[in-house]
Design a protein around this ligand. Sequence first.
Ligand code: NAD
Length: 450
Amino acid sequence: MNRRQFVRNAGLTTAAFATIPDQSIFASTASTKVKVVMIGVGLRGQNHLSLLLNRDDVDLVAICDVDDKMLTMSKAIIAKSGKPMPKIFKGDENAWKKMLELKDIKAVVISTPWELHKPMILGAIGAGIKYIGTEVILGINLQDHWDVVHAAEAGDAQVMMLENVCYRRDVLAALNMVRQGVFGEMIHFQGGYQHDLREVKFNDGINPYGHGVEFGEKGFSEAKWRTNHSVYRNGDLYPTHGIGPIAQCIDINRGNRFLKLNSFATKSRGLHNYIVEKGGTTHPNAKVNFRLGDIVTTTIDCANGETIILQHDTNLPRPYSLGFRFQGTKGLWMDVNKSIYVEGVSKPHAWDNAKDWLDKYDHPLWKKYGNDAQGAGHGGMDFFVINAFIESAKRNLPTPLDVYDAAAWSAITPLSEQSIELGNETVEFPDFTGGKWMSRKPIFAFNDEY
Ligand SMILES: NC(=O)c1ccc[n+]([C@@H]2O[C@H](COP(=O)([O-])OP(=O)(O)OC[C@H]3O[C@@H](n4cnc5c(N)ncnc54)[C@H](O)[C@@H]3O)[C@@H](O)[C@H]2O)c1
């Protein structure tokens, strides 16, 4: 029996969601309130802000941003919550460093542009903060990822990437099915980020979505910083929503690891065409050359023999979908056609409606917290990711998604850029765990705690 079968069988012979012994909450001293600060209270940060304000176990001490409009919006959210106004740090791009000098801060939530995550994480670790929740994408290049891993290890800090899709209801139910062996031994996965972002990458500098074709200094929110990554980079720029849930199904960094990948990019048309269509051929942005291929397809090979296909598809008209396919020796789930097939249970060669299966295998976390999650962002999954972060901090325990997950998932971006640059060569994944992947045990979502 190989290690993965052992882990799966162990999960089946005990309760399917037995608490992993070394994660026992009894081993730790839970503190009642967690002192939290926030760097970046833009549109994503404001989601986290609302969720943090909703909790009685969080003491929001301070927030920091460089944009007065975002701070005004955030202050209105805080005032409405009835909670005390935290200290506000603003004025220059290093104001967050002053904030991190505050005493007794237990946790920081970082929701800033991608290029600022690494320096802010390192700054927080340097300031002695032990729980760092960062929005998705740890850094830009491979060295950034190594720097964060080394700093987290040296500072004994928990760096959790706030990858909310890992907690999506259907995704957790499908993970439950994987762990209970419904799909047999897992063989192949697909996923990605398939989201028409044209109205996010461009705006009029005032409204976040659906107006204008400006970006950079003239843009607002993500158009201000995200779009430039499409000008200068060609690779899978946003892999974590797709890869996070898949990595949990096959114990990446905990008995398995990514070995290598290659990426192919199509030509780039969508962003230019959008500018011309909405702003006309004479708009200065019509001259911009976007490097990012409209669809970037990445294939990943794993140590235990599974393959994964990820697609980054953000420049063309299409409805949102992460395009999940979890496939094993006995059957598969595909989220786009909302269907499941399990050999011997489903009618031969016919899809079942996924809902019946997903309801049956609803994850204990959703059964317990489904009501609390109502109204939280992205169909409720945002509640769970903040809940997991705060509950780990309260209990002084490792976060269920850790720095090795964050580094391995985010590293897909620079590796896919490298592969494309090298004419689609297959490139090796670094092992951020330094060999520990062989003995680390899975800890994500094994019970209904967090
Ligand atoms: N997980 C999800 O579902 C999800 C959804 C949206 C965004 N995100 C991620 O969240 C992050 C933020 O995205 P967003 O949509 O909120 O972008 P945004 O532009 O709306 O917010 C970023 C904020 O960071 C602030 N900022 C920039 N430099 C700063 C500095 N030096 N100090 C303090 N604040 C600074 C900006 O002023 C802005 O308010 C990104 O990583 C993005 O990919 C994740």
